[in-house]
Design a protein around this ligand. Structure first.
Ligand SMILES: NC(=O)c1ccc[n+]([C@@H]2O[C@H](COP(=O)([O-])OP(=O)(O)OC[C@H]3O[C@@H](n4cnc5c(N)ncnc54)[C@H](OP(=O)(O)O)[C@@H]3O)[C@@H](O)[C@H]2O)c1
Length: 298
């Protein structure tokens, strides 16, 4: 595993992290010991950054991670979120505090490394920065040593850019905005984050599975985040992957890791063998610049 500096927090983070959304499977069908095995495998392979949220698996993801970390002594950075709960969205200071306290219990920790605002576009500016709203609570937590860094997540790049410019956030996470089939955030958000020394976390690096195991399912269902233009690129991307000796999923990670401004990519999986495939990308070669340009020209 290669490690990168995590923005101004200065942490040394494995460039392939673990996304926690589906640790328990799509319907929480994976028993907790088996799910914890995926986390343990990741840790043993050098992953030291795990992303989760209360809403993932209806609190199950945080419980799995708490279970998996029992007895693990090496440094690991745990990132969770506030504002989105299984029963809906709430960015009020009170609810953010309660949500966070629940996360600490499920994760079985006395602090969280990174606490992020979940889906900032739902919070809106007021829900983030208003009096008695999320950020106020998060800063109290940081002052009390319960949280080390504060981050923001979302898919509205303009809102994220404005938030980064306030200097309040240590990290920014976006998803489905920078991957093999779309590069919007590469030009809009990443340069700004670098300017402010804010860590860049790429969620959904496989475009929510379009570039991995869920390809056929998503081609059938065609959710709004899978556009015609993206679908048109897939055959050519498969060809590049084959030439390079990668699976499409591995090419997707290798492509993102060719950008040194990216702090960590966090593919999600509930299979230990997938974790190994994903980590292997970090150990292999980078994509040559001309191949990056070719991919972006599709
Ligand atoms: N607002 C936010 O904060 C936000 C939003 C989106 C995402 N995220 C974070 O980003 C993480 C990842 O996003 P995501 O779950 O949307 O999507 P993703 O990582 O782009 O794709 C996950 C899918 O890809 C499959 N996969 C993983 N590794 C693979 C491989 N090597 N080969 C083939 N298929 C592979 C997984 O299937 P299997 O499980 O069957 O392996 C899963 O179906 C989330 O867990 C979350 O932590 C955060």
């Amino acid at each position: 595993m290669r490690y990168r500096r995590f923005g101004r927090l200065g942490w040394r983070v494995g460039e392939v992290g673990l996304g926690g959304a589906w640790l328990g499977g799509r319907r929480n069908e994976v028993p907790i010991d088996a799910a914890a095995e995926t986390v343990r495998t990741a840790l043993e392979l050098g992953v030291n950054y795990i992303d989760t949220a209360p809403v993932y698996g209806n609190y199950y993801s945080e419980r799995i991670i708490g279970h998996a970390l029992e007895g693990w002594r090496k440094e690991v950075f745990i990132a969770t979120k506030v504002g989105r709960l299984p029963d809906g969205f709430d960015y009020s200071k009170d609810r953010v505090w309660r949500s966070f306290e629940g996360s600490l219990k499920r994760l079985r920790r006395d602090h969280v490394d990174l606490l992020q605002i979940h889906e900032s576009e739902v919070a809106g500016w007021e829900g983030i920065f208003g009096r008695g709203k999320a950020l106020e609570a998060m800063k109290e937590m940081r002052d009390q040593g319960l949280v080390r860094g504060i981050g923001i997540t979302g898919a509205d790049l303009d809102l994220l850019a404005r938030a980064v410019e306030t200097g309040e956030f240590d990290s920014v996470l976006t998803y489905n905005k920078y991957d093999l089939v779309t590069q919007e955030a590469k030009h809009k958000l990443v340069p700004l984050a670098q300017e402010h020394d804010v860590a860049v976390i790429l969620g959904s690096p496989l475009h929510m599975g379009l570039l991995g195991d869920r390809k056929e399912e998503l081609l059938r269902e065609r959710p709004s985040y899978v556009t015609e233009n993206m679908v048109r690129k897939l055959d050519r991307l498969e060809e590049v992957a084959k030439e390079f000796g990668d699976s499409l999923a591995q090419l997707a990670l290798r492509y993102l890791l060719s950008d040194p401004r990216v702090s960590v990519v966090i593919p999600a999986t509930h299979r230990p063998e997938r974790v190994a495939e994903n980590v292997a990308v970090s150990e292999g070669p980078r994509l040559p610049e001309e191949l990056v340009r070719k991919i972006e020209s599709f």
